[in-house]
Ligand binder design. Structure first.
Ligand SMILES: Nc1ncnc2c1ncn2[C@@H]1O[C@H](COP(=O)(O)OP(=O)(O)OP(=O)(O)O)[C@@H](O)[C@H]1O
Ligand SMILES: [Mg+2]
Length: 407
């Protein structure tokens, strides 16, 4: 609604049938910088008003043809924002009241001549008021537009929220289906594997006839692969139990060195085969930890499997433990290929494996994710440090069980 009216002091239309009155008003108002125009009768006045959109109309009440009051009525209907001031010598109470009812804004009595001071003052304040009204009108209009837009946005938002809500429901349902499918399929896979392993054992022991050395070698390879498959299925089963909140631990006071020595035995052969030196570094005494021994063996096993997998021949792996405040810290250190710093956090995510162009070392990327969850269930922490090309150190800390020291 902002018009070029704002560039000048204001646009005034004088509607008066007496040329002398118009002249006088021009003389009084021109010096104040208003943009003035005039009309000698009501019809012309209305046409000019429609074309010029004045801020203010000085309207003579007594006009030839259309009366001032009628002009006022049409004006107020067509341009409600326009300020109208009546000018007349015949100001009676009756016409004044009529005019006020029709929305006239002010009244100047032509005392023949006009009182210049009064005219200027009334016009000045009427213009100021008119501008305020226009500004108000503009702001209200803008506010309405903004309000309308806001309502549209709110509508969009509500629809989006509804869509998100139902998408979320669908995802939850899919997640439930995935979890139960996982669990079901893992069980189903485990069973035939157990049966097959049983028959393999029968063949190996000679129950099915004579077994040559070559056959025995093949049978061992089949057996190793069955074991590997069984491990992966167990990992998937663990994961589905963890997701369903059905993975539990049973704590007891456990000797850290006992767990380490027990676990490490299982790796002696594979370390030797790969020409990797495997050793422990244990202090004379360590506090007991409050833990589920089978689960801690599982974590150490995962870390040692990785260490052997990612350390080239000729390297070494050291398993150690030390007391650290209210915890015991375990460490599996290797001199292997290492992990890029940016991936140190992510390797604990499910199915995450560091991309390496050169080789595919197998695995599903589950060992560390499961280990992390096991340690979390113990109220402990697990983390890794690594220098690429030099080696990695995997730590986990478990809470101490009692004050008592153990060898
Ligand atoms: N000692 C290590 N040295 C170098 N990289 C490692 C080491 N341990 C883990 N990583 C990296 O972290 C990734 C994730 O390890 P994680 O044990 O979770 O999975 P995986 O060994 O690939 O498969 P899975 O354990 O399921 O058989 C590995 O694929 C490897 O990229
Ligand atoms: Mg692993």
């Amino acid at each position: 609604m902002r018009t070029d009216n704002y560039a000048n002091k204001g646009r005034i239309l004088i509607v008066d049938d007496t040329p002398h009155n118009i002249e006088v008003l021009y003389d009084i108002l021109s010096p104040d910088g208003y943009e003035l125009s005039s009309a000698a009768d009501g019809e012309t006045g209305l046409q000019r008003a429609r074309a010029d959109k004045p801020d203010l109309v000085l309207l003579d009440l007594v006009l030839p043809g259309m009366m001032g009051i009628e002009v006022l009525e049409v004006l107020k209907q067509e341009q409600p924002q326009t300020t109208v001031i009546l000018t007349t010598a015949y100001g009676s109470e009756e016409t004044a009241i009529q005019a006020m009812r029709r929305g006239v804004n002010d009244y100047i009595i032509n005392k023949r001549p006009f009182d210049p001071g009064e005219v200027r003052e009334v016009v000045r304040s009427a213009i100021a008021e008119s501008r305020l009204r226009q500004e108000n009108f503009r702001l209200t209009h803008e506010l309405e537009l903004v309000n309308q837009q806001l309502q549209e946005y709110a509508g969009h938002l509500e629809r989006n929220i509804d869509e998100l809500r139902s998408a979320n429901e669908r995802l939850k349902e899919l997640d439930r289906m995935k979890a139960s499918f996982f669990s079901m399929i893992s069980h189903e896979l485990r069973h035939p594997l157990t049966v097959a392993k049983g028959y393999l054992e029968l063949i190996e022991t000679g129950s099915g006839g004579e077994v040559t050395t070559e056959m025995r070698r093949y049978l061992r390879i089949i057996n190793d692969n069955f074991d590997h498959l069984a491990e992966m299925i167990d990992d998937l089963l663990d994961l589905s139990r963890m997701e369903a909140g059905r993975y539990h631990i049973t704590r007891q006071a456990v000797r850290p060195s006992g767990i380490i020595n027990h676990t490490i035995q299982a790796f002696a052969a594979s370390a030797k085969e790969k020409e990797i030196q495997l050793e422990t570094e244990l202090p004379d005494s360590l506090p007991l930890v409050s833990a589920d021994p089978l689960r801690v063996v599982q974590v150490l096993t995962n870390l040692l499997q990785n260490a052997i997998k990612f350390t080239p021949s000729g390297g070494s792996i050291t398993v150690s433990a030390c007391e650290s405040g209210p915890e015991v810290q375990f460490c599996v250190a290797d001199t292997g290929i290492g992990i890029p710093p940016a991936e140190l956090e992510r390797i604990f995510d499910r199915f995450y494996q560091v991309r390496r162009d050169d080789s595919n070392l197998g695995g599903a990327g589950l060992g560390l994710a499961i280990s992390k969850e096991i340690i979390r269930l113990h109220g402990g922490r697990i983390w890794a440090e690594s220098v690429e090309g030099k080696g990695s150190r995997f730590y986990f800390a478990l809470p101490r069980a009692v004050e008592e020291q153990s060898p």
